[in-house]
Design a protein around this ligand. Structure first.
Ligand code: AMP
Length: 617
């Protein structure tokens, strides 16, 4: 395929404004790029092995190499502007290009504006022999990426300049955006995924234009016809290979069955599974049983290792390789982790974990310390002396020939403990918020960041920030509330108050304090916001009972009301609107922190603050 044709098609893709239209336009482009004898119709020589499809797919996503490939072009904006300036002619400086960029806002438009005359140049020679093809461009960019060492920057600039001089305006725009990885086509990864399914896996039914007999939809609105199964197969293959080009080719050549055969490969990093913020109650509600792990404050690392003479046939030996969350190869910076893995693991593995800096006692140090080591290329040994690192592995994606992505976390964790017991993070199962709070306190006490709450039954979904992994949101603020009621405890604690009704000041409310049918008494000028029974030691309970008993003004069954006297500090996970309490809000998962000895009831928090904390003001 000629580069000019791709650049023009890409412009047309960008001009679409509907998602479906864009996907269909990309699908048509992929189908053409991937047509069996693609390119031969132009009569140029092809060696038969050239396949434009993977290249076109990557280019559309602003890539020359697949995401898992650690090679990069390493062409920055400055180098690109210099190459453009040179191609534009003697009177144009890099500063001029920068000025234009400030006006136009985008490098592709600037490159197109200059009109390097690539096309006219070719016309002047009277032949198309020099027209850039997609394959040739790909090769030149790969050569450019391979430049390293002294003078490599200027060789890259020369190479890019040479390419620009061969470009028409639309090619120049495409090339400038490609080398900077910002295609601006409105084509994201999801679009390309759907387009691959649409181009190569959709049922072959060309509707007969004359056939209006039932079945076909009435409107002419464009539709995607690939099945959900087809899209899921593409998505799956993308997750395990991290290579859009490869997946497009496999979909075209071998269909859904071929895609399903794609598997993980040791040495080819996959995207990390990500977490959403969530609370302990969210986790208990969603998962029932919750896998609680320490949240380590370090840097994410994916460990790939295939020891020599181990493992099932087909797994090539590979020394430990370590990849960052962005799949950069960080192996050289972390020699002790490499040694640790090489000494202990005796089967091919892909592990997920966190590298943490530790002090001489093995206690965790702040995140900034890891950064002193993580991407370091020089002075690695010296820094190794200064900052010690430790690996905490928390997941196992592959072990000894088995891909484990679809296994439940619980089982993956078992495999993790088998392959690398001394680096495997602890996983505890908990089914109530209190147990989670206890685990969190232990993690914080040990100097860690908090806890992760995971669904023990969930698969590992690369690149997904789903609801199966929750990073527990820390309590951001506490509330100083007035204790306005209580319930007597039960059994052993029958002589003590057990649950305390909390209120905030509401005397300044424009319409007077809220007046609702409430669960418990609220004295004039106060509005209730919840009850707290968690986090109170026996000692604190005795103290609270002793201090509050003299202030009882009413008693019904086991419930008492107090005159407002005592202010307590309470933590909570969230404030939500609620019909249960007269404030119209309820604290979720309230936790007793302590008595505010220093505060009188007039210093307690107000309903206005509760509203603000709830995000309503
Ligand atoms: P955040 O960076 O705040 O979005 O939190 C998610 C990150 O926490 C992950 O990308 C990991 O780098 C890190 N992390 C620390 N401990 C764990 C763990 N036990 N499980 C998963 N991620 C963890």
């Amino acid at each position: 395929m000629e580069f000019a044709a791709l650049a023009e098609r890409a412009e047309r893709v960008a001009a679409n404004d509907g998602d479906i239209e864009t996907t269909l336009a990309v699908a048509a482009l992929l189908a053409d790029a991937g047509a069996a004898d693609g390119g031969e119709d132009d009569g140029t020589e092809r060696d038969g092995s050239t396949d434009d499809l993977p290249v076109v797919v990557r280019f559309l996503l602003g890539r020359v190499f697949p995401a898992h490939d650690t090679r990069t072009l390493d062409v920055g904006p400055a180098l690109c502007r210099e190459a453009i300036a040179r191609a534009a002619g003697q009177n144009v400086s890099a500063a001029d290009v920068e000025d234009r960029l400030a006006e136009r806002g985008e490098i592709g438009a600037v490159a197109a504006d200059y009109d390097f005359g690539g096309q006219r140049g070719l016309a002047a020679f009277g032949s198309g022999r020099d027209a850039l093809t997609v394959a040739a461009l790909d090769e030149e960019l790969r050569d450019l990426a391979a430049e390293s060492g002294d003078g490599s920057e200027s060789r890259k600039r020369d190479a890019l300049f040479g390419l620009f001089t061969r470009c028409s305006p639309s090619e120049a725009a495409f090339l400038a955006r490609l080398v900077l990885g910002e295609m601006r086509l409105g084509v994201g990864e999801g679009t390309v995924r759907d387009a691959i399914a649409e181009a190569f896996l959709a049922p072959d039914e060309t509707p007969d234009p004359g056939d209006d007999s039932g079945g076909a939809s009435e409107s002419d609105a464009p539709e995607l016809v690939a099945s959900e199964d087809a899209v899921a197969a593409v998505e799956r293959a993308l997750q395990v290979t991290n290579d859009y080009g490869r997946v497009a080719v496999r979909a075209r050549d071998e269909g859904i069955a071929g895609l399903r055969e794609e598997s993980l490969r040791v040495g080819r990093p996959v995207q990390a599974m990500l977490a959403q913020a969530g609370t302990a109650t969210d986790a208990v509600d969603a998962f029932g049983e919750v896998a609680v792990e320490t949240k380590f404050d370090g840097a994410r690392v994916q460990v790939h290792y295939a020891p020599a003479d181990a493992g099932p046939g087909g797994t090539e030996a590979l020394g430990p390789r370590l990849y960052s969350r962005n799949m950069d190869d960080v192996t050289e910076a972390l020699p002790e982790i490499v040694e640790h893995v090489a000494e202990r693991v005796d089967a091919p593995v892909i592990l997920d974990g966190e590298v943490v800096a530790v002090d001489d006692d093995g206690d965790p140090l702040p995140f900034q310390e890891v950064l002193r080591r993580f991407r370091r290329k020089h002075d690695v040994e010296r820094m190794r002396e200064a900052v010690s690192l430790r690996l905490h592995a928390f997941d196992c994606l592959h072990a000894d020939g088995d891909d484990l992505l679809d296994e439940p976390l619980r089982d993956r964790h078992d495999r993790l403990r088998e392959v690398l017991p001394d680096a495997a993070a602890d996983l505890t199962l908990a089914d109530d918020a209190e147990a989670i709070a206890a685990a969190e306190r232990a993690a914080l006490d040990a100097g860690h960041e908090g806890v992760m709450l995971k669904n023990p039954a969930a698969a590992y979904t690369p690149g997904d920030r789903g609801r199966d992994w929750l990073k527990r949101k820390p309590d951001v603020e506490t509330l100083d509330a007035v204790v306005v009621g209580a319930e007597w405890g039960e059994g052993r604690r029958a002589e003590l108050f057990g649950t305390f009704l909390l209120a905030v000041r509401a005397e300044n409310e424009a319409n007077g304090p809220p007046d609702r049918d409430v669960d418990g008494p609220a004295p004039a000028g106060y509005a209730t916001v919840g009850k707290v029974a968690t986090g109170i030691t026996d000692e604190a309970l005795a103290d609270l009972t002793e201090r509050l008993e003299p202030h009882v003004v009413d008693e019904t069954g086991t419930t008492v009301a107090f005159d407002p006297e005592l202010v307590v500090e309470v933590g909570y996970e969230e404030i939500q609107t609620s019909p249960t309490y007269s404030a119209g809000y309820a604290l979720r998962f309230p936790r007793f922190v302590g008595v505010r000895e220093d505060k009188g009831v007039d210093d307690a928090d107000s309903l206005a603050r509760v509203r603000r904390l709830a995000g309503d003001d």
